[in-house]
Design a protein around this ligand. Sequence first.
Ligand SMILES: Cc1ncc(COP(=O)(O)O)c(C=O)c1O
Length: 370
Amino acid sequence: MSAGDEARIPLFANRPAIAELIPEIARRQRAVLDSGRWILGPELAAFEEEFAAYVGRRHCIGVANGTEAITIALRAHDIGPGDEVVVPALTFVASAEAVINAGATPVFADVDAATDCITPATVESVLTDRTRALLPVHLFGNVAPMEELNALASSRELLVVEDAAQAVGATYRGRRAGALGDAACFSFYPSKNLGATGDAGAVLTDDAEVAARARRLRHHGTSGPGVHAEVGYTSRLDDIQAASLRVMLPHLDSWTSARREVAAGYAAAGLGEVVQLPRLTEGTESAFHLYVVRTSRRDELVARLGKRGVEARAYYTMPLHRQPSMVKWAGENSLPNAEVLAAEGLALPMGPSLEPKDVERVVEAVVAAL
Ligand SMILES: Cc1ncc(COP(=O)(O)O)c(C=O)c1O
């Protein structure tokens, strides 16, 4: 059979899993419409409670997207102008945008050569007396070494805010991503492992005062009827989106297990003989948001996989310190591991709807291409 006869294998293999839930999502969203409680209503409150319990945090504050979750989390801890926040040089641009939008200065640290996350070793050299916070990004679903980062942070009195946008459902030493720093931020952008039917995000914390301030910031700094204690944002997670998230959340763990089976299947089928497989932080179970392998022949591999009906995509090919929007904050630090990952990383198909025969086909295609 030629490649053209076979179904294309998509990069994000989650459509069938979500399609099954659409009738229920539509029913629950319709109920929200009928209720007329569209903003800061009971559906949002219920989701916040359920998601806080899922992650293992006291408070969840639903916001409009993952980027504003980070900005609001930083501002809720009084981080702003004059403060430096350490951000990985290789992540989605939103991690750094959010710091800048809070008025603070992002300082780029290299990622670890193996695990794609910041570690104390990569962070230490960029700390200054203006550093106020670390923003570890749990990239691709792997979790940064949080015990070590927390230890470094507490020795320097720094705040740790997890960017857990890609790691919902991942665990680190038995605890969930999002329950590991002082605060955590999630995105529920539709392609995320837990995705809404539009934009959505959340801030998680155990600190009641921080939670109260984040609630205020997402709603124009409102501190009482007609009173605005500080300048905030229009950044509420709306009830229509909360309804979709409440339908999906109970399925997240089984989707995550399916993703892990896909990853195990790739390894068992011998993918590691031709490309470098993802290497995880010790003690983590990844959420495998993306399954990113490395090869110095990345660009030819993408083209050849495409011809065989396998979708693959290089992410973050331009590290943040090279982005035109970030020139002002690029700094002089040398960031070699970020450069290598940008040049060699390639996401292969991943998702709960990928079947063992698809996994085999992807591996066969990669082996044949290289
Ligand atoms: C690592 C990371 N941080 C932040 C964000 C921002 O989330 P959003 O797109 O919901 O603003 C995303 C995803 O888009 C992300 O992948």
